[in-house]
Design a binder for this molecule. Sequence first.
Ligand code: GLP
Length: 236
Amino acid sequence: MFPGSKHEWLGAELRKQIEPLDAHTPLSTERELAVRYQVSRATVRTALRGLEAAGIVYRVQGAGTFVSDSTVSKTLTLTSFSEDMRRRASRPDSRVVVAGEVPAGSVIGGELRLSVDDPVVRLVRLRLADDEPMCLETSYLPAVLVPGLLGEDLSSSLYEKLDTLGIRPVRAEQVVTAVTTEDTEAGLLVVPPGAPALRVQRIGLDHRDQPVERTTSLYRADRYDLKFGVRREPLI
Ligand code: GLP
């Protein structure tokens, strides 16, 4: 038996049906759905309103209900994964794949302005939205800045944890690269090996312009795009 109300049950059923459908596919009418699922039209309407609020479907007056485009548009503001997901009414979560302390080494050390032997916290997390894998993220943080971090539950927002330590990335240097997923990455992201992905490398800097994180995020290309405004220089 489904624990919630009827419309929640129907919402969950419809989500499953919608998932494989292409963006902009029309859904059956309210009346058809009511007959198929043996519920009232009011229940169908409430379930559809819930799906609409979650950005899963959209409605066009007089034309019906359609599947939304499920890609997340990442804008150029400095946000966290959790903020991005909540903004689109999804529930962010993480599965911690690796968490430990390692010497910075020359590449990470150089980027975080540390010596090669300075310890850094290395965190690999599979980032989920409503339990669906979206992104695989590897973060390095100077260990000296985040004492006790490894003892905490790391499945919630890293930026919220940094906030409690008084650390806040206020700007970032980012490089976006189109890549294909390797076998392990593909397995975690639940895509075929070699599937396209967007790799976003971020060096987050605090208000003193000190690097506080170096994170590589590997986003599923079918779930993510980047959206930014461009402006033409005025004629002089
Ligand atoms: C984005 C950024 C990462 C950052 C992460 C923090 O994914 N690209 O650089 O580490 O957000 O997200 P959260 O606070 O949800 O853990």
